[in-house]
Design a protein around this ligand. Structure first.
Ligand SMILES: [Fe+2]
Length: 478
C-alpha cells in the first residue's frame, strides 16, 4: 500500500486524516466522469488542517487549525482551493513557529501553571462553514465565528451574529426552510449552565435573542429546530471542573460520561419567553441531528445516537490513538434514531430507525424544520467510526441504500446539492463527499446521484494531495 510522504507502512492508513496539510492550493483538479450540467455552485468544507508545529502535536483528531476548502463547479468544470482561517491563534503561532495556545485536546505548553483557571481555549474556526447573505462563516465551538471571502477564502475578521453576549457560539446552526431564519446557539459552563440563542431573519435582522438556565451541565455539539421550538439534548456528559481549573487536564479529558443519568431534552419556544419544557430520555450520545418537525403537539426529532462516546473519550479512544497511527476503541456505533416528543405529556419515546453504523447526517436543506423523508450519512461496513460508504435512510420505512467505496477508502459527510430543475422532489439532487484513498494517500471529491446511490459516483474530482479529516460542508448554489 502506497502511503503519503509522512507516514510509514506500520501505521494505519487512516492516520493520514490527522496529517497536517502545509500547502495552500488553487488549481483545477482532474475530473473522472461527467459533472452533471445542472450542478452549479460551490461546495465549501471546513475541518482541522494543521495538527502540529515546532515538534508538538495535537492529541486528538478533532483538534487543529481550521482549513476551508472550496470546490467550484460550473458548466462541467471544477476548481479547487484550500486556505487556513487566519484566526488570532493561527497568526500568533505562525509567527512564533510553535504551538502557544490551549485547544480542545491539548493544553498549552508550560505545564499546569500555564493552564490554571477556566479553559482559555483559542478559536480555531475549524468545524463548520455556512454561507449567509454573501458572508462565508467559519465556526468553532468557542468565541465568535470568523468571516471569510467566499471567492478567495481570505479571512476578513471575526464578529458576533447577535447582540447578546454569547462567549461560545456552537459550530452547528440551522436554517429553517420555511422562514429562512438562521438559528444559532451557544452555551456557557458555570455554576449554572446557560443556553443562549440568536435567531436572524432571512434578510439579516435579529428576530429573537434569549438565554435560559439549563437543568444540568452537559457538553452538546448540535441541537434540533422546528417551526416553533428549539430542542437541546442534554446528554449525560459533564465537565470535571476541578481538574480543569487546576490546569491538570485538557477540556476533552475533563469530560465525564455518566450513562446512569440518562438524557434530558429541553424544548424552548422560539419566542424565548416561555418556560422550557424538560423531559427525560434514554441514554444516548449525540454528535449530530438529522432534522426535526412538529406534528400537532408532538415533535419528531431524528439524530445519530451512540450507546457511549468510546471513540472520543478515554485514553484508547480511536480519535486519540489514530494520531499516533493505530486504531483504538470505537466499539459503539452511531445508529439512526427518532425521538417522538409529546410536549403536553412531557414524554419522549426513542426508536431506532436503522441499525447501520452511521455519522454525519444531512438532509435536503429545503426540508429543514419540515416533515421529510430522506436522510444521508457516511456509513461504516467494517468500522464503526471511520467510514467507507455513503448511505440514504428512508425515514418512512427504515430502508437504507448505500454505495461502498471499499475498505481502503475513507469518506466523510455527504452534502446534498438539490437538482434545481426538480426542486419539488426532495429526493432529486446529488451527494458530494470528500474521500481519502488509502492506496494513493490522496483525496478526492465524488458526486453521486442521491436517488440512485448504488450506481456509484457519476463524477470524481481527483486532488493532487491528501485532505485531513473535513468535518462539515455547505452547498452554495449558483
Ligand atoms: Fe459536527
Amino acid at each position: 500500500m502506497l502511503q503519503s510522504k509522512n507516514i510509514n507502512t506500520e501505521m494505519d492508513w487512516r492516520s493520514i486524516l490527522g496529517h497536517t496539510l502545509e500547502e495552500e492550493y488553487n488549481y483545477a483538479p482532474r475530473i473522472e466522469g461527467k459533472i452533471p450540467d445542472n450542478l452549479k455552485g460551490t461546495l465549501y468544507r471546513n475541518g482541522p488542517g494543521r495538527f502540529d508545529r515546532g515538534g508538538r502535536r495535537k492529541e486528538q483528531l478533532l483538534d487543529g487549525d481550521g482549513m476551508i476548502q472550496s470546490f467550484q463547479l460550473l458548466g462541467g468544470t471544477a476548481h479547487y482551493q484550500n486556505r487556513f482561517v487566519r484566526t488570532e491563534k493561527y497568526i500568533e503561532e505562525e509567527k512564533a513557529g510553535k504551538l502557544l495556545h490551549e485547544t480542545w485536546s491539548t493544553r498549552a505548553p508550560g505545564g499546569f501553571l500555564a493552564n490554571l483557571g477556566l479553559p482559555r481555549i483559542k478559536c480555531q474556526a475549524g468545524v463548520t462553514t455556512v454561507c449567509r447573505n454573501d458572508k462565508l462563516y467559519a465556526f468553532d465551538e468557542v468565541s465568535n465565528p470568523y468571516i471569510l471571502d467566499g471567492e478567495d477564502l481570505s479571512t476578513v475578521g471575526s464578529e458576533p451574529v447577535g447582540t447578546i453576549d454569547i462567549r461560545n457560539y456552537k459550530a452547528h446552526t440551522k436554517i429553517n426552510a420555511k422562514t429562512g431564519d438562521w438559528i444559532l446557539f451557544g452555551t456557557e459552563f458555570g455554576k449554572v449552565m446557560k443556553a443562549q440563542f440568536v435567531i436572524q431573519s432571512k434578510t439579516g435582522e435579529i428576530k429573537s435573542e434569549f438565554s435560559f438556565d439549563l437543568p444540568r451541565p452537559s457538553y452538546m455539539h448540535d441541537f434540533f429546530e422546528t417551526e416553533n421550538f428549539v430542542i437541546l439534548n442534554l446528554q449525560p456528559c459533564g465537565l470535571n471542573l476541578g481538574s480543569t481549573l487546576l490546569g491538570l487536564t485538557s477540556f476533552i479529558s475533563s469530560l465525564n460520561w455518566k450513562p446512569e443519568k440518562g438524557n434530558l431534552l429541553v424544548a424552548m419556544h422560539k419566542s424565548g419567553t416561555e418556560k422550557p419544557i424538560i423531559m427525560e430520555a434514554p441514554t444516548a450520545w449525540m454528535w449530530h441531528s438529522y432534522n426535526a418537525y412538529e406534528v400537532g403537539n408532538t415533535i419528531i426529532a431524528d439524530f445519530v445516537g451512540f450507546e457511549k462516546p468510546d471513540h472520543f473519550l478515554g485514553e484508547d479512544a480511536a480519535f486519540k490513538t489514530i494520531m499516533n497511527g493505530s486504531m483504538g476503541v470505537a466499539e459503539s456505533k452511531g445508529t439512526s434514531r427518532r425521538y417522538e416528543i409529546d410536549l403536553v405529556a412531557k414524554t419522549v419515546k426513542e426508536n431506532t430507525v436503522a441499525t447501520n453504523a452511521v455519522e454525519f447526517p444531512v438532509i435536503n436543506m429545503s426540508k429543514s424544520g419540515q416533515n421529510y423523508q430522506y436522510g444521508y450519512t457516511s456509513m461504516g461496513l467494517d468500522n464503526n467510526i471511520f467510514h467507507s460508504a455513503i448511505a440514504r435512510v428512508d425515514f418512512n420505512d427504515g430502508q437504507v441504500s448505500h454505495y461502498d467505496f471499499g475498505d481502503t477508502v475513507h469518506v466523510g459527510e455527504p452534502i446534498f446539492a438539490p437538482d434545481p430543475t426538480r426542486s419539488n422532489d426532495e429526493s432529486k439532487g446529488w451527494l458530494l463527499t470528500l474521500g481519502l484513498n488509502g492506496e494513493t494517500g490522496k483525496s478526492f471529491l465524488s458526486i453521486l446521484d442521491a436517488a440512485s446511490l448504488a450506481d456509484g459516483p457519476v463524477a470524481t474530482l481527483h486532488l493532487e494531495h491528501h485532505s485531513p479529516l473535513s468535518f462539515h460542508g455547505f452547498w452554495r448554489a449558483g
